[in-house]
Design a protein around this ligand. Structure first.
Ligand code: GLC
Length: 756
């Protein structure tokens, strides 16, 4: 499309470009040489609808590869897995004429009950942001635009179109915007999709501070902001806030509303033209149709990647891998009708689906082992539950090993509604327990979008393989993992709690009367459990392998006032090749805010042959140490001690080294309303104030020892309330002159691009 001078377009034409032309397309203006482009779901497979359209995955869509959803990619901890999916999706999207693929979703899993947790990566914003960045870079390198979503705080399905997520600024920045920030600054997604919900009472589609002040002014975003489908309430208000393209179309009313708003002076034509320029840039960037993808190769890729996502939670008595089972019983409907994706707009019409039982039978046959099957439980008709269970138990009694396929039924979790419980259905729990009571060995394979409680049966079984939802290749991948053809290397990207009541959002999720208060603050997931030292079933970062590793030789060096780097050596001490996830956390109490016990600061996944050793080097940029300072409205690295930790997971620290960082040299601004404690703690004002007050102390005033009772009482008082207690030794003018000599935020170097 030639570059169209905007003044060649009428106001009506310009306004028409700011709302979709169809359900999945932008508006074309043929007379102006402006083509339409196509936007389509979804994050782990192309959902291209040629006829009936919907944004809930109800109508037919073209066959496409269903890759592992984000819950699985998050569990892989592998940028390589994320990138390979992005590359393959670009090929399939191009072949189906899709120019913008609506993903990835990077909202944070603050509650395990959220219905769309299968579509999101993690409870941790760094893990989410790094994996999403790798995915977006690969997708866009393949000529297809991304749409990082849902901006922001779409962390539940209950009342998702209207609920207000009430979030304090520090929590918003450190937890719920952080992954978006990383993707925007490091991958430059073609679009950012605003969410349905409100944030602190303001609809995301009309949130000027988020869509313009933060996204564009602070983060430098230059792409197009689009709405979730049907999220725009007022087109003029959304445009003024910074929302460029309202979807879906057609938008005759919205277009007329914009024209009227311009003519009434509520929207400037410059605002319209700025948004039009972004939409035209999006149209212009659209790639050209590529060759048809090799869908067989994509299916093999889906299998291979799925095997890298599953998490081996438990493995006792050498149960797995199933080397030489004498006989094998497979139980559960999910072994024949696998759950491999979630419900809603991300739902893919998979080109083919691997059936676990078939691949298990193939592996077993190669080992001369017989395989029998029992349905065990019904995900629909409860009537025959007892008979199904009894048949499975009878068969289990004589089997060498039993593999039970269990998990969340499709009806339990989806876009559009949240889960009501953490436990597996009672019929499954009873089946697992009764089978395990008679079986020689019991393995449970789970298929679920969000974590489930293991408590009713965990101790009864020998091994647990958490598959989450692994995409269309899950059947082969699970069989390969069970028989050791693949070595598990997944790690939990979401904590598995003991009880729902232990979760930090138990009292606040999903909210009430139109509001959900993020009362947990920054203490989401492991940040909560580790800080309050609450026991969990399996911590964030947990995952077993069929081999063993040794981690040693941690060295940390300070590379600047707010940067550091580390090296550590990892050795595969077992007899199998495997992939190991090096997890680096930072623990600190520096700064004037409550810090979590530790936070994930960096990670990488490495392949090691048996006996092989590798030295890993990781950089820790300033964001690894920073907190969001609300009064200063910026990221700050405080002067203090930082403990760099290598963890087997968020709970088990293997190695650690303490370093001191000078930080940004920023102290909170002082005023006569600041309390005495802040004045005494200030790096510049503190010493001068002590010197000025020393004579007063000599006359019997309170000991300046900060722990004396008097000083602890005085320290919490505003300075202006104690001036008259100093008999003139301190006066307001001197104190104010002191504040003018203290460095504060605006005199220190503002941070540049936040990510090295
Ligand atoms: C849906 C989802 C969003 C999806 C869009 C188009 O409601 O919230 O993730 O991309 O609408 O289907």
């Amino acid at each position: 499309m030639a570059n169209i001078p905007l003044d060649a377009l009428s106001l009506e034409q310009k306004a028409s470009l700011l709302t979709g032309g169809g359900f999945w397309s932008t508006t074309a203006i043929p007379e102006a040489g402006i083509d339409a482009i196509v936007l389509s779901d979804g994050p782990h497979g192309v959902r291209r609808q040629m006829h009936g359209t919907d944004h809930l995955g109800l109508h037919h869509s073209e066959p496409a590869t269903c890759f592992p959803p984000a819950v699985a990619v998050g569990s892989s901890w592998s940028e390589d897995v994320a990138a390979k999916i992005g590359t393959a999706l670009a090929r399939e999207a191009r072949a189906l004429g899709v120019d913008v693929l609506l993903g990835p979703g990077v909202n944070i899993k603050r509650s395990p009950l959220a219905g769309r947790n299968f579509e999101y990566f993690s409870e941790d914003p760094l893990l989410s942001g790094v994996l999403a960045t790798a995915y977006v870079r690969a997708l866009q390198a393949g000529g297809v635009g991304a749409s990082v979503k849902h901006f922001a705080a779409n962390d539940q399905e209950t009342d998702r179109m209207v609920v207000s997520a009430d979030i304090d600024e520090r929590t918003l920045r450190e937890i719920h915007l952080s992954a978006f920030e990383r993707v925007v600054t490091d991958a430059g997604p073609a679009t950012v999709m605003c969410s349905y919900n409100k944030i602190n009472g303001v609809p995301a589609s009309e949130h000027h501070r988020l869509l313009t002040d933060v996204l564009r002014t602070e983060w430098g975003y230059t792409g197009a902001v689009i709405s979730d489908w049907g999220a725009v309430r007022s087109r003029p208000a959304a445009l003024n806030a910074g929302l460029d393209l309202s979807m879906p179309g057609p938008g005759h009313y919205a277009t007329q509303a914009l024209v009227d708003a311009v003519r009434a002076g509520h929207v400037t034509e410059a605002t319209v033209e700025r948004a039009v320029a972004r939409v035209l840039a999006l149209v212009d960037a659209a790639g050209h149709d590529a060759a048809a993808p090799d869908l067989d190769a994509h299916h093999e890729l889906a299998r291979e990647l799925a095997a890298e996502c599953a998490v081996l939670l438990k493995n006792t008595r050498g149960t797995l891998p199933l080397e030489r089972p004498s006989s094998l019983l497979v139980v559960g409907e999910f072994a024949t009708t696998p759950r491999y994706q979630g419900g809603g707009s991300s739902h893919v019409n998979a080109t083919r689906v691997d059936v676990p039982l078939e691949f298990i039978q193939a592996h077993a046959a190669a080992r001369g082992a017989a395989v029998t099957y029992a349905r065990g439980f019904a995900t629909d008709d409860q009537g025959e539950e007892a008979a199904l269970r009894e048949a499975a138990v009878r068969a289990a009694a004589g089997a060498g090993a039993v593999v039970v396929f269990a998990g969340n039924p499709e009806a339990e979790e989806s876009e559009g509604f949240d889960r009501q419980r953490l436990e597996l259905p009672a019929s499954q729990v009873r089946l697992i327990r009764e089978v395990a009571a008679v079986a020689a060995r019991t393995v449970v394979v789970l298929a679920n979008g969000g974590v489930v409680s293991l408590e009713d049966w965990h101790d009864d079984v020998d091994a647990i393989l958490e598959g989450f939802l692994l995409g269309q290749g899950s059947g082969a991948a699970i069989a390969d993992l069970l028989f050791g053809q693949a070595n598990p290397s997944g790690r939990l990207a979401e904590t598995i709690p003991l009880r729902l009541k232990d979760t930090p959002t138990y009292l606040s999720f999903p909210g009430e009367q139109g509001h959900v208060r993020y009362s947990e603050g920054v203490m989401v997931g492991y940040r909560h459990y580790e800080t309050v030292d609450a026991p969990v079933r399996y911590p964030f970062g947990h995952g077993l392998s069929y081999t063993a590793y040794d981690i040693a030789g941690l060295r940390v060096q300070v590379d600047g006032p707010a940067e550091a780097s580390l090296t550590v050596t990892v050795r595969n001490t077992g007899s199998r090749a495997g992939k190991y996830v090096v997890q680096v956390y930072v623990a600190t109490q520096a700064g004037p805010v409550r810090r979590p016990e530790r936070t994930l600061a960096a990670f990488t996944k490495i392949h090691l042959e048996p006996g092989q050793e590798k030295e890993v080097r990781l950089g820790l940029d300033r964001r690894a140490f920073a907190y969001w300072d609300v009064p200063l409205s910026r990221w700050v690295v405080a002067d203090g001690t930082y403990v760099v930790q290598v963890g087997e997971n968020a709970s088990a620290v293997l190695l650690e080294r303490s370093v001191h960082l000078d930080g940004d040299g920023i102290a909170p601004p002082l005023s006569l309303q600041s309390n005495v404690g802040d004045w005494l703690a200030h790096p510049v004002a503190g010493p001068r104030l002590r010197a000025r007050m020393a004579p007063l102390m000599a006359q019997g005033g309170p000991e300046l020892d900060d722990d004396s009772d008097e000083m602890r009482m005085v320290a919490s008082m505003p300075m202006n309330q104690i001036l008259n207690l100093t008999g003139g030794a301190l006066d307001g003018d001197w104190l104010v002159s002191l504040t003018n000599t203290c460095p504060s935020a605006d005199t220190t170097e503002e941070e540049g691009n936040v990510h090295s």
